[in-house]
Design a protein. Structure first.
Length: 228
């Protein structure tokens, strides 16, 4: 049976379509928070109020959340991924894959700042705040960066993983994204809508970038379906 491999143009077009489709709900959410839509604002404020009340009553939880906040700052996550890229490049020879991963994560980092500046949503205002964070609120930089990093790392190391690791790595990456999102709300530095937008946008950028990378890079023989 003949093997049909989509052209580079088709793969890149698919990447753009996927990224744009995932970005639409983020754009809608950004509009709703800009116009202070009642249901969204009410839900956001209620969640932050409940979350910070819980954190304030549990000093140990607060300490853990603050530690998580520091550990998952974009600078540290991206540094760790950069070192992983270097290792994958030098140890396993996956040069283009490592370069793709690094560039994608840096672009995601920069894009978050652009979107924040465009939306200009203020941080939650909380009585007896349990944590402070500078800058605008939408979308969550921690959530967006962790989501993108999780997908980038999974794609980066995928050719090196065995069957069990191909289940474990995405699960761990997903868990880290969820915990990071919870951290932002319980500390009262982000609304839930900020977190949702950050996760979706992070996946959109990294996922679309990967589909484009697959279209740009040569197809490896092992990526082709088996002949029958």
């Amino acid at each position: 049976m003949a093997v049909v491999v989509p052209s580079r143009a088709r793969r890149i077009l698919r990447a753009v379509v996927v990224a744009a489709t995932l970005t639409v709900p983020v754009a809608v959410l950004a509009y709703l928070v800009r116009v202070q839509a009642g249901p969204v604002v009410d839900l956001d404020q209620s969640a932050v109020r409940v979350g910070t009340d819980l954190t304030r009553e549990q000093p140990v939880v607060r300490a853990l959340l603050l530690t998580w906040q520091t550990a998952f700052q974009a600078r540290w996550v991206n540094l760790a991924v950069t070192l992983l890229c270097l290792w994958v490049w030098r140890r396993h020879g996956l040069r283009t894959r490592a370069l793709w991963a690094f560039v994608t994560l840096m672009l995601t980092w920069g894009l978050n700042l652009v979107v924040k500046t465009g939306v200009q949503r203020a941080r939650p205002v909380v009585d007896e705040a349990v944590a402070y964070a500078p800058g605008f609120s939408f979308p969550s930089g921690h959530a967006m960066n962790t989501a993108a990093a999780g997908l980038v790392v999974t794609a980066l190391v995928w050719p090196l993983l065995g069957p069990r690791a191909r289940v474990a790595v995405p699960l761990v990456a997903g868990l880290l994204v969820v915990l990071t999102g919870i951290d932002r709300v319980l500390l009262g530095v982000h609304y839930p809508s900020d977190v949702v937008a950050g996760v979706v946008l992070g996946f959109a950028v990294a996922g679309g970038s990967y589909l484009g990378y697959v279209g740009w890079s040569p197809v490896h023989p092992t990526d082709l379906p088996a002949r029958s």
